[in-house]
Write a protein that binds this ligand. Sequence first.
Ligand code: ACM
Length: 261
Amino acid sequence: MEVGFVQFSPKFGEKKENIDRVIELIGKERADLIILPELFTTGYLFLNKNEAKKYAESVKDSQMINTFRNISEKKNAVIVGGFAERDGDKVYNSQFAIYRNQLAIYRKAHLFYKEKSIFDQSEAKYVIFNVKGAKLGLMVCFDWMFPEMMRTLALNGAEIICHSANLVMPYCQKAMVTRALENRVYIITANRTGSNKRGKEEIRFTGKSQIVSPNGDIILSANKTEEVFLKIDIDETLARDKHINEINDLFKDRRTDLYKL
Ligand code: ACM
């Protein structure tokens, strides 16, 4: 499978400009799977819940999702990206995964910092998107810090973790090496660059989007600031074998009898 990510600096509130920028960065290239950052259409730093609701889209009538459905058809690609989702009176930090007429929505489970007062807490469980003969695990940014999240996805068969991010702290890119290794999965982290300044608050994002292999190798990475679409060929079937040598199988060797609280 050819897989890739887009890294760029979304401008706050400029949905059309941000979507156009993604389309421009991908250009004439294609891949089987393309991951976009968290909240890439709106930017990250909402001042309050009402503002987030104003920019949020309902899945049923989202023009943005239609745009990416068309791109998916044209490029025969699965596209995954983060957006603010409105559902009735609620607003979620969500992620879509689209392939032609197949659509999955995941709502971020672990809200970071002031997101707790902006977004509603998701009640939905993990999402695995079965597509193109692969199993994609959906994950948004701060979910990375809870190892149970990726473990649950991996134990349920996810082979490629699609991680849309707006990373603020400097730890995730290094930590994903261990997450990939302990679960023997591919992890694609599509992060953003630049900063958002709203009111008195300014948040800077760390770039360095990357793809990690089940052996814990960083096989592709962007730098801290560049705006790019990068891609690489992977063998996703590697993630189906949980052996780390001929004797140890990372999943079968788990001592679940010892892990009970
Ligand atoms: C984050 O979850 N956007 C840090």
